[in-house]
Design a protein around this ligand. Structure first.
Ligand SMILES: [Ca+2]
Ligand SMILES: [Ca+2]
Ligand SMILES: [Ca+2]
Length: 332
């Protein structure tokens, strides 16, 4: 009977044990390093609408730490604090499009528990996108963090219980968002996303609660009644920015070809028209983990890929001037 009960509990409780990608630095993490060469651009404008330091006591006033300029440009650990249910709207030089894999990443300033690398102090936000700046669509967020005991400051949580919530990863590691998850929605052109909106999660488990896409209460540090409260937006980095990643920018008279593609054991990188100075090739996963790097000094160079799992990879060529050329390589 005991065995049967256990089995039943295991079956019915399965959903509560669902796991998402773990914290930055752990195997299987989808965190995007701020220095990843996948990032081709950063938000260029930001408007912030602050929330209260404590939404349950407006007399305490609004969050005030940082300012909107701190969410522009590359991630640098400095951010603007949104406060309870505060909002930031970001725009870019060029729209974001739905390429393969994640299309942009949001950076917050959470920090790791030095005693347990799976745990971190995280403040969360919903992420929404728009292709007209008027109507926004929210990524379906999930929080499996238990909501029976209120998290406070500084309590740690497990990233593998969070999905599609900005702030899931610690400082200088972006949380990736894939527009593919919102494709087919009327009113949104996933290949012309002009605005990203960040909405602070109010972490209260009783009253003023925020809920994930399945209606679960999201437990996030609350109350945090000080000027730097709520989500601290550091940066929004772009992976698939129209006109940037798709275009060969090495040099006008240089042509690059990669073959065979798809490939099983190796790909040849062939360069015609003269090899630019200090040209390097980097092979990485679609979430930015570097697998191999080499300098290209000959017109034909073989990269061996038999040891990697089947799937898609980025091959990025970069010259001495920082000009980049990107090719997607499929491993069979
Ligand atoms: Ca995508
Ligand atoms: Ca919050
Ligand atoms: Ca910043």
């Amino acid at each position: 009977m005991k065995t049967f009960l256990f089995f039943l509990l295991f079956l019915t409780g399965g959903g509560a044990y669902a796991q998402y990608a773990p914290q930055a630095g752990l195997p299987g993490s989808t965190a995007i390093s701020a220095s990843s060469s996948l990032l081709v651009g950063w938000a260029t404008q930001c408007t912030v609408y602050r929330g209260f330091m404590d939404i349950a006591d407006p007399s305490l006033g609004y969050a005030s730490s940082g300012d909107s300029s701190m969410a522009i440009g590359p991630a640098d650990h400095g951010g603007v604090s949104l406060g309870d249910s505060g909002v930031a709207v970001l725009t870019f030089d060029h729209p974001v499009y739905n390429g393969d894999g994640p299309d942009f990443a949001v950076f917050e300033n959470g920090f790791r528990n030095t005693d347990d690398s799976t745990q971190a102090f995280l403040e969360l936000a919903f992420v929404e996108v728009s292709s007209d700046g008027i109507i926004f669509f929210r990524f379906p967020a999930a929080s499996l963090t238990p909501a029976n005991v209120q998290l406070g400051n500084p309590d740690y949580v497990t990233a593998s219980k969070l999905n599609n919530l900005a702030g899931k990863y610690v400082s200088m590691y972006g949380t990736p968002f894939d527009l593919e998850e919102l494709s087919g929605i009327a009113g949104l052109d996933v290949n012309n996303v002009t605005h990203v909106r960040i909405v602070d999660v109010v972490g209260s488990i009783a009253g003023h609660s925020s809920h994930d896409s399945a209606g679960r209460v999201i437990n996030d540090p609350y109350p945090t009644a000080f000027p730097s409260c709520g989500f601290d937006l550091d940066a929004v980095g772009l992976i698939n920015e129209v006109g940037i990643t798709q275009v060969s920018k090495l040099r006008d008279n240089v042509s690059v070809s990669v073959f065979p593609n798809p490939a099983t054991d190796k790909v040849i990188v062939s360069i015609k028209g003269g090899i630019p100075a200090a040209l390097s090739a980097t092979l990485m996963t679609i979430t930015g983990t570097v697998l191999q790097q080499c300098s290209l000094s000959q017109s034909n160079t073989a990269l061996f890929i038999a040891q990697y799992p089947a799937g898609m990879y980025y091959l990025i060529l970069c010259d001495a001037n920082g000009n980049k050329w990107v090719e997607k390589v499929t491993k069979r």
